[in-house]
Write a protein that binds this ligand. Structure first.
Ligand code: PAF
Length: 300
């Protein structure tokens, strides 16, 4: 049975009890507004660990835009119901499930944390320069969650691909023996990557949005015979001209912010497919549609 915990001290007590019994602990950090993507992480954690901690906390220090923080959906009761429903409907290893729902004061009892993390080149590309302070804010909360939950494994979705590289680098810096488990994107039937932001799209924009994934899939096919720069240019042009070619209503259009083809580990742009290292190459996109910023990835 899922148990909701609001106090850090209560979470620590439950974790130290589990540690005494040598139980494995799976941590799924979230900001709530759960969808099938989050549920797939929780399901995997429940199948692979004895105790699972799901955190639901809208972390103010990772938002560099006040409006974005205010607009972020807060649906805690519905989230808890979804977790409970999942728990009772699957085969699992876990015998315990804790939903950790702290307040901001509980997470940051000393006020806004002063610590700042740096990740070098992995944060100097794509989201990094566009969202100053974002990854440091993510690292602060994730480290705090690591300290409280002391997980054996931590689960993160691959939609936020750069975040995974940043957490990998955080783990190297702090040397915690935690297994980072990247989990594949969950998509709607029409291919759109699930995101809490999708609910902000108008019906017409929602209909258009799957073109992002469709374009990326075509790009993956092109990669077999085209150069990196040509694939990049094609993706950006295809999305930027989509509204003209498809006569979209209400002047709806895609406004790509970036599309980068990078080494999947270092996140540094590659100029040639052969430059990709052990994890291969990945294409990462951020595109505006209907006032909503959508991100997605494709593996090459
Ligand atoms: O990916 C998210 O939802 C957040 O960045 C995370 C990892 C829960 C930290 O607040």
């Amino acid at each position: 049975m899922m148990k909701q915990i609001q106090k850090a001290a209560d979470l620590q007590a439950a974790v130290s009890e589990a540690k005494k019994q040598n139980l494995s602990i799976g941590l799924v950090p979230t900001m709530g507004a759960l969808h099938e993507g989050h549920l797939s992480l929780i399901e995997r954690a429940l199948k692979e660990n004895d105790l699972v901690v799901v955190s639901l906390f809208v972390n103010p220090i990772q938002f560099n835009n006040k409006e974005d923080l205010e607009k972020y959906p807060r649906t805690i009761e519905a989230d808890l119901a979804l977790i409970q429903k999942l728990e009772s409907s699957i085969e699992k290893k876990a015998t315990g499930l804790l939903a950790f729902t702290p307040t901001v004061d509980e997470m940051y009892p000393q006020g806004e944390p002063k610590e700042v993390y740096h990740f070098g080149p992995v944060e100097e590309v794509m989201e990094g320069p566009r969202r100053p302070g974002h990854f440091s804010g993510v690292a602060v909360v994730v480290r705090r969650l690591f300290d409280l939950a002391q997980p054996t494994r931590a689960y993160f979705g691959e939609k936020d691909y750069q975040q995974i590289a940043v957490i990998r680098s955080l783990l190297e810096q702090i040397k915690y023996p935690i297994e980072l488990v990247p989990c594949p994107i969950v998509r709607a039937d029409d291919g759109l990557a699930l995101s809490s932001r999708n609910m902000r799209l108008s019906p017409a924009a929602r209909k258009m949005a799957p073109a992002i994934n469709a374009t990326l899939e075509q790009a993956a096919e092109m990669a077999e015979f085209e150069e990196v720069d040509d694939v990049k240019e094609w993706v950006l042009d295809t999305l930027a001209s989509f509204h003209e070619v498809n006569e979209c209503p209400d002047d709806l259009r895609f406004e790509p912010e970036y599309f980068e083809i990078v080494d999947a580990r270092t996140l540094q742009p590659i100029a040639d497919w052969d430059e990709a290292g052990d994890l291969g190459a990945v294409g990462c996109i951020a595109v505006w549609l209907d006032g909503v910023r959508l991100i997605d990835i494709v593996k090459f």
